[in-house]
Structure formats: C-alpha cells, structure tokens
Design a binder for this molecule. Structure first.
Ligand code: HEM
Length: 387
C-alpha cells in the first residue's frame, strides 16, 4: 500500500484529497466506481450512518487483495461482514468479554508476561529484535490466554495470518492461510465441548447460542484481529517514539505518560492503513453527493486521523497531547471490539519498556528498519534495538 516517504506518514495524496475533496469518487481495483472518504468529520459520520452496510456480499476492497475477487457468501459467524440484527447477535455476546471492567482484571497477568519478556531480552545483553523478543510474544499471549488458544500452537496461526494479510499472496495462499487458522479453531471448539473451559471460547461453547462452525469463525476473527494489530502497534510504536526527538525520553522520564502515548500513537500511526470498507446499503444523500445502493465506500482512517479538524498540528507526534477522539479503532457499530484490551496491552508494555530501558535506541540506521507497507496491518517486521 502506498505510504509517504516518512515511514510513519500516510500517502501524501490523501492529504491533498482531504483538503480538496473529502468525499471523492474512486475507481476500485475491480473497475467499480465507488467513493473514497478522507475527512475526519465525513468518515466519522458515514461510519455511524445506518444507511451504510458491512454485508460481505456488497463489499469491495480498495486495494488489490488476494481474496478480493471472491465475493462469495459470508461464512457463518463472520460477524465483521454482517449488518444488524445478525451482527448484533454476535457482538452482544462479545461485548462483556471485552468490557473495560473485565479487561482490567487481566492486568496482573499481562504485567507478569511483559516483565518476563523484558527480563529475557535484557538478560540477552543486546542488541535484540524488539519485535521477536517482546512485541510478538506479548501480543500472542494476551489474545491466546483470553480466547483459550494454546500459545505453543501459534506457529500455525502466525503462518496463516501472514498468508492472509500479505497483499502479494495468491488467492490460493490466502484461502489456505484462512483454512489453517479455521482448522485450528474448529479443533479447539470440539475439544472444549468435551472438556469445558472458562476462557472465552470455552464459555461461548457452553452458552450454546452459536454452532460449532460459527464459533470456529468467531474465534478465528478474534485471533487474527487481536494478534497482528497489537504486535505491530508495539513494534511500530516503539520505532516512532525512538525516531521522534524527545518522545521516548519524555516517556522514560515519566512512564505514567504511557496511556496518553498510546492514544497519540494509535492516532498518528493508524496501522489499519487501508481503513474501513463499507457499501451504501440504500440510496443516500451525503454532503451533496448521491450514493447509490451498492456503491463501495473506502473510509481512510489514516487520513481522518491527520485531519487538522481533529487536532492542532496533526502531523506531529506529541505524546503529551491531550488525547483526541481519533478513529484508529474505527467508529460506529463495527468499532474495534478489542480496543480496551489493546489499550491495556500497549499501556502496560510501553510503561515497562520505558521504565526498564530508559536508554533504548535503534541498533541500525532508521532507513534499515523494514516496515511492512505490503501488509494489511502496517508495522515493522523487525526492530533491532540496543540500550
Ligand atoms: C492494537 C490495536 C488495534 C487496532 C488499531 C484495531 C483497529 C480496528 C479497526 C480500525 C476496526 C474497525 C474495522 C472496520 O471499521 O471495518 C477494528 C475492528 C475489530 N477489532 Fe480491532 N484493533 C486493534 C486491536 C484489536 C484487538 C486486541 C482485538 C481483540 C480481539 C481486536 C478485534 C477486533 C474485531 C473482532 C473487530 C471487528 C468488530 C466488528 O466488526 O464488530 N482488535 N479494529
């Protein structure tokens, strides 16, 4: 996906569009003439608009994805591609598991994991790859423990996610990746029917509201959505803090700033860089434009989060900024269900990192850090650091 010359910036064309045509016509890779929305206010209002649909059979990807041409029926349980009331049926059951109150109970375990991986990394003497030694295992453990997926099976889903999220994968590779993850989850659902467990999957199995097929999909979606995002926010977020003079030092001087830093990094980096996709579910008028039912709409969360209408000097990373209502988790009924978990993981991780390694710095020149514009979730493949 196109990015700016600075690894932290979205493509400059998006800023130009946002200034001149915050709601613009855009040709999608399959030739469909749809819309691209880049203004903060417009993205937010459209994501909350009941006339907009997430129905899988209507959606078209704004980037040439491996499975984008495959607009087949939506798998049972694929709630991300449903409208109410189908979407509500799944979302209602998940909300309690991801509430701020329940998420807070996970903090002591998370702190334990974070400290342990930092002990190991520091013990290695450095330099180290912060992604492999810290971001990846922390993100994997957090979501695996919550769902009830054995973390020692992560090789399977990590391979699957890589195939699924790489823009250059062939359709066959992406489908095989998804099936591999689905197979793992289907096996776990079967096992939890025989031997009940009190994790998220086990509880949903016992609830009896969903079929095994639906549950395998719900579990796969949560695993995929929860793993790669946290891993990349930790890796890319650390890179951004180190590359912006004074930002990492400010956090090291006051690790209590971590919650603030997390909000600002989410806004500034907007790792879901392809944004949200929707379709007009019905004919609708929007800011003088006529959207026809079935029109595909790509909503750029990255452009919206750098809109001067959202905050002063939006292209500046400033972790002391009072948090602003950014759209890094999307907006409306499909807004990220795991956002409180993500916030907790990131706050705990950045707080401990800055407290224990105040002298952290890159171990290679910044232009040698491999970023991942080819992935659906933006981030860094590795982050060589020393301290
Ligand atoms: C670390 C940072 C994270 C970011 C930046 C992020 C971002 C997003 C965004 C932008 C959306 C909305 C997509 C849309 O409008 O179509 C979304 C949805 C979602 N996220 Fe996250 N996410 C993060 C972490 C997580 C975690 C930890 C989980 C845990 C399971 C998770 C699970 C989900 C799910 C299931 C959805 C779909 C919700 C629905 O369709 O109702 N995310 N996320």
């Amino acid at each position: 996906m196109a990015r700016g010359t600075c690894p932290f910036d979205p493509a400059p064309e998006l800023a130009e569009l946002r200034r001149e045509q915050p709601v613009a016509r855009m040709e999608f890779p399959d030739g469909h003439l749809g819309w691209l929305v880049t203004g903060y206010d417009q993205v937010r209002r459209l994501l909350a608009d009941k006339g907009m649909s997430s129905r899988g059979d209507l959606l078209r990807s704004p980037i040439p994805l491996p499975m984008a041409g495959d607009r087949t029926e939506v798998a049972p349980g694929m709630f991300t591609a449903m409208d109410p009331p189908d979407h509500t049926r799944f979302r209602r059951r998940l909300t309690a598991w991801f509430s701020a109150r329940r998420t807070r109970t996970l903090e002591p375990r998370l702190v334990e994991h974070v400290e342990r991986y930092l002990d190991d990394m520091i013990g290695s003497g450095g330099p180290a790859d912060l992604v492999g030694a810290f971001a990846e295992p922390v993100a994997a453990l957090a979501i695996c423990e919550l769902l009830g997926v054995p973390v020692d099976q992560r090789e399977v889903f990590v391979r699957g996610i890589k195939a699924l999220f790489t823009v250059h994968s062939s359709a066959a590779e992406a489908i095989a990746g998804w099936q591999e993850i689905g197979g793992l989850l289907a096996g776990l659902v079967r096992a939890k029917r025989v031997e009940p467990a009190d994790d998220l999957l086990g509880t949903l199995v016992t609830d009896g509201e969903f079929t095994d097929e639906e549950l395998a999909t719900v579990g796969s979606v949560l695993l995929v959505a929860g793993y790669d995002t946290s891993r990349n926010m930790l890796g890319l977020g650390t890179f951004a803090l180190l590359e912006h003079p004074g930002q990492y030092a400010a956090l090291a001087a006051d690790p209590g700033l971590a919650a603030n830093a997390v909000e600002e990094l989410l806004r500034y980096l907007t790792i879901v860089h392809a944004g949200s996709i929707r379709a007009a579910g019905t004919d609708l008028e929007f800011d003088g434009h006529r959207l026809t039912a079935g029109d595909a709409v790509s909503l750029s969360l990255a452009a919206a989060n750098r809109d001067p209408a959202l905050c002063d000097d939006p292209d500046r990373l400033d972790i002391t900024r009072t948090p602003v209502p950014h759209l890094a988790f999307g907006h409306g009924i499909h807004q990220c269900v795991g956002q409180q978990l993500a916030r907790l993981e990131l706050r705990v991780a950045f707080e401990s990192l800055a407290r224990r390694l105040p002298g952290l710095r890159l171990a290679v020149p910044a232009d040698q850090v491999r970023t991942s514009p080819e992935m659906i979730i933006y981030g860094v493949h590795e982050l060589p650091v020393t301290w």
